[in-house]
Design a protein around this ligand. Structure first.
Ligand SMILES: *Cc1c(COP(=O)(O)O)cnc(C)c1O
Length: 396
């Protein structure tokens, strides 16, 4: 076992060796431009891209021509939301989203508010779930888009996408879903779920960074978008720019591996996550699970450790186990996470929260190591904490 252990797979995932292997020829002999029609170099590249597109489409039960390659899910979210807003402006100026979306959705919506759009940010409950009743009530004749994520990146909560899809359809409103964390981990089926646009990112499914996709429904109903990047007309004119062929090939391979291994992998990561959760709960005590126990991404665990200083805890753990904190990502900014806040987690507990992201390459041995390390650090910090000794007087 090698230290430090990587256990932050909601942040990014390592490239699967099989993905890298698929990519390498496209950095070497198969370096052609997929838009060059006049020779075999271009033809090989184009075939490889189309092959990858088909694999990604297959993973979510879409058609290949419904997949648009982007630089990642941040761009996909921007293209989906701005693209719909611009295209259907005459129909309405109202968008519905949630308070716990990724910043690339929230900040895009905030930007649109400065250009005359009205945005409803649905609140979530203690588990991070939106209320379908609230959603129904928020829809007006001016609503053109509902954008709700499938799995939250911090607390792993799974939103009721099937029901949201039905409600969207009933009201003739488009449904965009940031499914970055769900894709490849749990089944996503755009037909069954009634999703019109889906954002995907390769580096969250063991592919490379800087490549992603947007699924854009072509029929029942056909979704039209105004592009945000103009140029040579690549990707059906929705996203101009020379395609990153090696990254796309890897993305396709990554999607294919996910499709084949998803069921087994979900069981395994769920087992490891539950082991982590149960043992930490038993051995540390005074811990709180953030998010939902049932409606949760298999590999995600977000826990708060009462009576410890969050920053110190994270620092001492992360020398050996790489995890994320529930405070904002910049160490200069110690604001607690807006997602935990939205769930109603108090500031104190939000500050001591840790997100464990268990992924494909984590082993049981690593999970055991992480448990021991966290138990040791938390006990040590609590032993030094005046608040802890005060709070536990008479209890021990
Ligand atoms: C990582 C992530 C994104 C952004 O994806 P990039 O490809 O890194 O731009 C968007 N939404 C969610 C839920 C994410 O986890």
């Amino acid at each position: 076992m090698k230290l430090p252990i990587y256990m932050d797979n909601q942040s990014t995932t390592p490239v699967d060796p099989r993905v890298l292997e698929a990519m390498l020829p496209y950095y070497k002999e198969d370096f052609g431009n997929a838009a060059s029609r006049s020779h075999a170099f271009g033809e090989h590249a184009r075939e490889a891209v189309e092959n990858a597109r088909a694999k990604i489409a297959h993973l979510i039960n879409a058609q290949p021509e419904e997949i648009v390659f982007t630089s990642g899910a941040t761009e996909s979210n921007n293209l989906a939301i701005k693209g719909i807003a611009e295209m259907y402006r005459d129909k309405g100026n109202h968008i519905i989203t949630t308070t716990i979306e990724h910043k690339s959705v929230l900040d895009t919506c905030k930007f649109l508010e400065t250009t005359g759009f009205r945005v409803t940010y649905l609140l979530v409950d203690r588990e991070g779930l939106i209320s379908l009743e609230d959603l129904r009530k928020a829809i007006t004749p001016k609503t053109i888009l509902i954008s709700v994520m499938y799995a939250n990146n911090e607390v792993g909560t799974l939103e009721p996408v099937n029901e949201i899809g039905k409600i969207a359809k009933e009201h003739n409103v488009f449904f965009h879903c940031d499914a970055v964390q769900a894709i490849g981990k749990i089944p996503v089926n755009v037909q069954v779920m009634g999703i019109d646009l889906v954002s995907i990112s390769a580096h969250k499914i063991y592919g490379s960074k800087g490549i992603g996709a947007l699924y854009v429904r072509k029929r029942n109903p056909r979704v039209r978008l105004v592009p945000i990047i103009h140029g040579g007309g690549h990707e059906d004119s929705l996203r101009s720019g020379t395609l990153n062929v090696p990254a796309i090939v890897g993305f396709g391979r990554a999607a294919e591996i996910c499709e084949h291994e998803m069921n087994g992998e979900a069981k395994r990561t769920l087992h490891l996550r539950e082991k982590l959760r149960k043992e930490l709960t038993e051995k540390v005590g005074e811990v709180h699970l953030n998010g939902s126990l049932e409606k949760r991404l298999p590999g995600n665990l977000n826990m708060s450790f009462q009576f410890v200083e969050g920053e110190t805890l994270l620092n001492e753990i992360s020398e050996e186990v790489a995890v994320s904190s529930g405070s904002a990502c910049t160490s200069a900014n110690l604001e607690p996470s807006y997602v935990l806040k939205a769930l109603g987690v108090g500031e104190d507990l939000a500050h001591t929260s840790i997100r464990f992201g268990i992924g494909r390459f984590n082993t049981e041995e690593e999970v055991d190591y992480a448990i021991n390390r966290v138990v040791k650090v938390v006990k040590h910090l609590r032993a030094q904490s005046p608040i802890y000794s005060k709070a536990t007087v008479g209890k021990v």
